[in-house]
Design a protein. Sequence first.
Length: 86
Amino acid sequence: VREYSMTLGDNPSCSYGPPVQLDWDYDENDSRDVDEFEDTRSKERRGNLRLLCINYWDRCKIIQAAGHGERDIKSAERKVNRTKRQ
């Protein structure tokens, strides 16, 4: 199982603020049986897609933890907004 970091993204479908995406860096974890994983993972996420959304403030925290500053965040927001207007 691989656990990927998150970083500043470029996806224009983000409704407001900076998008996040998976980074190329990952941590290698132990192998797990798929059925076991599905049985133990959070059942709350399965039926409610809203729980998969990350709000503006949490995305900013994730991006800053990945080493990006306010300038990077604002630049990404401008790029996304330009892409949306095309």
